[in-house]
Structures are given as structure tokens and as C-alpha cells.
Design a protein around this ligand. Structure first.
Ligand code: FES
Length: 119
């Protein structure tokens, strides 16, 4: 499922989040940041994107089961509470109670098969 993932320079890389291969099973990976909300890493068109796992509707995490947040076609992140659907490429909600609101995107970089928080 991972395909070719674009790599970027991480000479200033910070916190390592996971391996790209960790996303292969479900297309997504639930990770935590120190003392902050959880992040959802997803593969989209050969890039790894990261969103804060915080539904704009009620402020709850999107996923009930870690790593399982994408729909069958891996086109949308789906909130497990009321089913809101967010585009993988930009986090915009296109269906559900928080339509037209977006997930908070977090910058990440990929190097040597690992995903890092950007700067
Ligand atoms: S809490 Fe996510 S859709 Fe309601």
C-alpha cells in the first residue's frame, strides 16, 4: 500500500514518529507526541501527511482503534464517533456534522524510511 514515498531533507529533523512501513497495513498510523494530542499519519499520493487526531465536531480523537481511520478506498479519514469524512490530501471535512472544517495538519518529513516531525 505504501508505494514510493517521497523523501525530504531532515538534517534538522526532530522527533522520530514511526517507520513508513508502519503505515502499510492500514494506510495510517496512530502516534503520540509528548504531552500533546495524538497524531494520525496517512499515506496520500506518495507522501506522508500528519493530522492531529481531534475531530472538529466534538473534539474527540477520530479513531477508536489505533491505526484504523481510513475508509476502504483510503480516500478519507473517518471519525468513528459520527462518521465525518475528511479528505486525506488536506484534512477538509466533506461530509458529516463538521463539514467545511478541517483537521489540523502537522508538518512531517521522511528520511531513510522513517517519519519525523518537521522543524
Ligand atoms: S465527533 Fe467526529 S463526527 Fe462527531
Amino acid at each position: 500500500m505504501a508505494g514510493t514515498v517521497l523523501e525530504t531533507d531532515v538534517s534538522d529533523a526532530g522527533h522520530k514518529l514511526c517507520l513508513v512501513s508502519d503505515l502499510e497495513k492500514t494506510g495510517a498510523k496512530s502516534v503520540s507526541r509528548d504531552g500533546k494530542d495524538g497524531l494520525l499519519l496517512v499515506l496520500s499520493e506518495g507522501e506522508v501527511r500528519a493530522y492531529v487526531s481531534h475531530c472538529p465536531h466534538l473534539g474527540v480523537p477520530l479513531e477508536t482503534i489505533p491505526d484504523y481511520v481510513l475508509d476502504e478506498k483510503c480516500e478519507f479519514l473517518v471519525c468513528s464517533t459520527h462518521g465525518a469524512r475528511f479528505q486525506v490530501e488536506d484534512g477538509l471535512c466533506v461530509r458529516g456534522p463538521c463539514r467545511d472544517q478541517s483537521l489540523e495538519q502537522v508538518g512531517v518529513k521522511v528520511k531513510d524510511g522513517a517519519v519525523y516531525l518537521a522543524g
